[in-house]
Ligand binder design. Sequence first.
Ligand code: UD1
Length: 350
Amino acid sequence: MTILVTGGAGYIGAHTTVQLIEQNHDVVIIDNLSHSTIEPLRRIEAITGEMPRFYQGNVQDRQLLQLIFQRHNIEAVIHFAGSKSVGESVADPLAYYHNNIASTLVLCQTMSRFNVFNLVFSSSAAVYGNNASVPVLENMPTQATSPYGRTKLMIEQILEDLHATDSRWSIARLRYFNPIGAHYSGLIGEDPQGLPSNLVPYLSQVAMGSLEQLAVFGDDYDTPDGTGIRDFIHVVDLADAHQKSLHFIAGHPGLHTFNLGTGRGHSVLEMIAAFELASGKTIPYTIHPRREGDIGKSWACAELAKAKLGWQAKRTLQQMLQDAWRWQLQNPEGYEQPLLNQPIPLRMAS
Ligand code: UD1
């Protein structure tokens, strides 16, 4: 199958592209490289032996998108491209609404024009806001708490309207919990720009010594140790779910929504201890007040994805953190250090 991957040079996009190529799909990537570089594509080639076809540009660029659909026999789209920082979205909501929503509209219009109706959309557990009790089920009420989360929710609603009007659409809305880890090879991983805002990239940099200590945001939540609990999922497991979703929507036209998590939660203090074990380093930390907008606990009920997609997260927390640490050790500057200086594995198991 020929698959268009928007945002394929990003963290989850790159891991998904590796799996798609390994499953013998043809991948075409569009990415504006606003938060990435060409380097992940070279790394994808080092892992799979194949360089995905790549177009640099915005998904809102209707002409470019049309050109891609004209040139390639696209059969399905996985839509990752979008801005994803909660803090940035609060500071500049219009940029977030414009970028995330406009690109999805142009994408869907172009897909429809070229009779492509199979779409996997990268959504987020952020759509549940602080409404949900745990474990979180797909049919629980949604209520995002940031402009970023609201863009995800709005896009989900747009896709619902689209499907209600035209039953040719077959759509999977995938609600990710907390993706972490990296490909086993250490060649691709999460490369935050500037100071990391998410827990595991921050832990990695503290363990490296490039950041002094971790600020634990709140120890007065209603959880056993008082710190926040999240459902961390290995990015390679997540990538696998995309590939299974593509297969599923091809055989089951409709609008589908799946939580992607492990179904287990871990607290911030548990994560510190587990990261110390994985890295062999001591992680200094101090307790700080709660971070605005954070919730106490969030973990998925992932039974629907198991029943319908035949998918289940397989990798343990230790594997997630060992892989995150390997990526960090091999790429202290992220993708800034070109592959040339790194040992290139011929082909690694994912
Ligand atoms: C965040 C986003 C979410 C996004 C997800 C992507 C917010 C409010 N939510 O989720 O929309 O989809 O990232 O992975 O930003 N923590 C610390 N110290 C730190 C960083 C985090 O104690 O320096 C704690 C947080 O308070 C939280 C847990 O670690 O309890 C996980 O935080 P994080 O990795 O930022 O993810 P989320 O906040 O769950």
